[in-house]
Write a protein that binds this ligand. Structure first.
Ligand SMILES: [Zn+2]
Ligand SMILES: [Zn+2]
Length: 360
């Protein structure tokens, strides 16, 4: 079938909205008409890292409506509203343990499919597709039962599109990885889409004190609106200021930036036996002062996609959304796909926390 997609050919050239050909669904696939797709940091980093000139359709926070199902798919129906997430095999030890973010085939299943394996074509030219098992910067995608979750048709797909990556990463890091409680001090470093989701989740589960750290006054103002008790702007004296709050520091911390100096600050801000979870991918190596970890019994922990099983966690997020605990309207700005370059620029500059592209 003919579809509309935003094609990237490198970070130096604007994305172009083109007509592509999408093959028919296989027996285990679902054809989804995309209504909305969030823009995530990983779309920009992949665009920059991909060989210039080679076409790829990015996008991995898709939300839409089912248009067709393969014969092996029995519990999804045409017309169902769905959220898309990353792909996983469903068979390996981690998938069997409900931790598909650590799927043995994660990299292979989410990097996109090339050449004859790709479901996309532009005239005779192959286009890399199936990025995160979707490539949702497109009017239609092929997904599988593994990376699709059926949701209540009443929810606004534009507002919840980012649940399948940024929101589950931040919320899951709080509820599944760190699990702070009413006596805890949680410090969130960087309040973009992931950090804001962490703040909202922390408020939803009743964390004692939530501290948000960022360089942007506007983002900190929003973090306070969403539930941060304390906001700290800038990079000066941040660890000392957090250590001055209750308990001698943060019992739990989350780094969404991937920046080595910020991670060093977060380690310094931890109280004795405090835990820091890392969810932001950074480019620079991380020098770690081992004595700072050992002497105070601190833990450093990585996490991908919040350690959640999207099939159980995304419905929980949708419940929270309906209860007003995830007021995504404060984060989301919608852009028709024709304005995707403006949306990508607003994501990169931080002008908008969660740009979401929409298809008519
Ligand atoms: Zn697996
Ligand atoms: Zn993402």
């Amino acid at each position: 079938m003919q579809i509309t997609a935003a094609v990237s050919r490198g970070a130096e050239t604007p994305l172009t909205v083109e007509t592509l050909t999408l093959r028919a669904p296989h027996a285990d696939e679902v054809l989804v008409r995309v209504v909305a797709s969030g823009i995530c940091h990983t779309d920009a980093t992949t665009r920059a890292a991909f060989p210039p000139g080679l076409p790829i359709v990015l996008g991995h926070e898709g939300a839409g409506v089912v248009e067709a199902v393969g014969e092996q798919v029995t519990d999804v129906a045409v017309g169902d509203h769905v959220l898309l997430t990353y792909q996983s095999c469903g068979l390996c030890a981690e998938c069997s343990n409900a931790l598909p973010g650590y799927c043995a085939d994660w990299a292979m299943l989410n990097a996109g499919k090339f050449g004859p394996d790709s479901p996309l074509r532009a005239d005779a030219e192959p286009v890399t597709g199936s990025f995160f098992g979707q490539s949702s910067f497109a009017s239609h995608v092929l997904a599988t039962r593994r990376n699709l979750v059926v949701v209540d048709p009443e929810v606004d797909l534009v507002e919840v599109a980012a649940f399948g990556c940024a929101v589950q990463t931040g919320a899951g890091a709080v509820t599944e990885v760190l699990a702070p409680d009413a006596s805890s001090v949680l410090a969130v470093f960087g309040v973009g889409g992931v950090g804001m989701s962490a703040v909202m989740a922390a408020r939803a589960v009743g964390v004692g004190t939530v501290v948000a750290v960022d360089l942007s006054p506007a983002r900190l103002e929003l973090a306070a609106t969403l539930g941060a008790d304390v906001v700290i702007e800038g990079a000066e004296d941040v660890a000392a200021r957090i250590r001055a709050i209750g308990k001698g520091g943060a019992t739990h911390a989350l780094d969404t930036t991937g920046a080595a100096p910020v991670i060093a600050t977060a380690i310094n801000a931890l109280s004795a036996r405090g835990v820091l979870a890392l969810v932001g991918l950074g480019a620079s190596p991380l020098p770690i002062e081992v004595s700072a970890l050992i002497g105070r019994g601190k833990t450093l922990r990585g996490s991908i996609e919040g350690d959640v099983d999207p099939h159980t966690f995304l419905p929980r997020l949708v419940d929270w959304y309906r209860e007003g605990k995830l007021p995504m309207r404060h984060l989301v700005r919608a852009y028709p796909v024709a304005r995707i370059n403006e949306a990508m620029a607003d994501a990169a500059s931080g002008a908008v926390v969660k740009p979401v592209i929409t298809f008519p």
